[in-house]
Design a protein around this ligand. Structure first.
Ligand SMILES: Nc1ncnc2c1ncn2[C@@H]1O[C@H](COP(=O)(O)OP(=O)(O)O)[C@@H](O)[C@H]1O
Ligand SMILES: [Mg+2]
Length: 329
């Protein structure tokens, strides 16, 4: 299916490490510089008009990946091609005109919204700063976007603190969409919300995706949340993608043992199907001292000798469904 679809973002062998500050004793004794391997050789395409979910436990590198592909962080190596243009090494200045093409919505909309600014002013600023429309059209644009995200018009004259969590997330979405981005990155956008509100925000994102032909990278640690919204799912473990496929493939036929466990341990959004989710056994290894072999081997019920010594490569198992696991060698 994917062959004819147009790629909005092509990510090739992306690496983002965070160096750990060295203690003076390490410097004196010539200990080598250690780093957190947050994103470790990720190759991934994001297609136009799709909702691609990126899932994995907290700390596996999802946010670092998202921030690196839009150059909020500089990658250590690899390549990012956005809409045909290689942006890997663009200077801050050259990045500016294309930055508005990618917008982010965050987990905690409150800390990402200026508490001293009324919603109307916040949106006005976006429209004017990015030159989205002539000044005389700004007010009608604001009316329009509030409508689209399901907020009433009097929201204009109110401060973020006057809204509930779900409404604040709608404000965050309005602000992100104001500049007409091609790519919307939603980083755990419902994780801080009551379960009853989560579905509303997911539906809103889904509707907006259609209406604006948006491409959405939807980040979550909960595989059951992404089931409602994603077209494809990429599963990340300790800085690497371990499985990628259509949402249907991932749920009906999870190939990687980690994916399977992640599905079973994710709380269900549907209250009728909710039961106590089993926890995943053990913790991932430290992203600083990564053992050789498969990164999941220590926690994997199927691990054999090879899993502890050789890193499995991401391979296409069925069309469009890839997995990095020695069980499919
Ligand atoms: N700015 C940073 N400086 C140093 N380490 C970081 C930074 N951001 C993230 N990390 C580390 O990188 C790893 C991945 O973090 P993150 O990308 O936030 O994961 P996730 O979003 O999946 O929870 C973690 O070990 C985290 O502590
Ligand atoms: Mg994160």
């Amino acid at each position: 299916m994917s062959e004819e679809r147009k790629k909005l973002v092509e990510i090739k062998h992306l690496v983002k490490y965070f160096p750990i500050p060295r203690k003076i004793t390490d410097v004196v004794s010539h200990k080598s510089q250690k780093s957190v391997k947050a994103v470790d050789d990720v190759t991934l395409d994001i297609y136009e008009d799709e909702i691609l979910a990126l899932v994995g436990e907290s700390g596996c590198g999802k946010s670092s990946f998202a921030r690196t592909i839009i150059r909020l962080y500089d990658p250590d190596s690899g390549q990012i091609i956005m809409n045909g243009q290689d942006i890997t090494k663009l200077s801050k200045r050259d990045l500016r005109p294309i930055k508005k093409n990618s917008q982010m919505v965050f987990q905690d909309p409150y800390s990402s919204l200026n508490p001293r600014m009324m919603v109307g002013d916040m949106l006005r600023e976006e429209f004017l700063y990015h030159n989205i429309c002539p000044p005389e059209e700004v007010e009608s644009k604001i009316t329009d976007i509030l409508d689209k995200v399901g907020l009433s018009q009097d929201a204009k004259d109110r401060f973020p603190s006057e809204f509930s969590g779900g409404q604040r997330q709608r404000i965050g979405i309005a602000r992100a969409l104001a500049v007409n981005p091609r790519l919307l990155i939603a980083d755990e956008p419902v994780s801080a919300l009551d379960i009853s509100i989560q579905a509303q925000i997911l539906n809103l994102l889904k509707d907006l995706q259609k209406e604006y032909s948006l491409t959405i990278l939807f980040i979550s640690h909960n595989l059951n949340v992404v089931y409602y919204i994603a077209d494809r799912v990429a599963v990340m473990y300790l800085g690497k993608i371990v499985e990628l496929g259509t949402t249907r493939d991932i749920y009906q036929n999870p190939l990687h043992p980690y994916t399977d466990i992640l599905i079973k341990s994710s709380p269900n959004l549907d209250p009728r199907k909710r039961e106590e989710a089993p926890a995943i056994n053990g913790n991932p290894p430290s992203p600083i001292d990564i053992p050789p072999g498969c990164r999941f081997a220590k926690r994997c019920p199927f691990a054999t000798d090879i899993c502890h010594s050789k890193l499995p490569e991401l391979k296409e198992i069925t069309p469009g469904h890839t997995c990095a696991c020695h069980r499919y060698d």
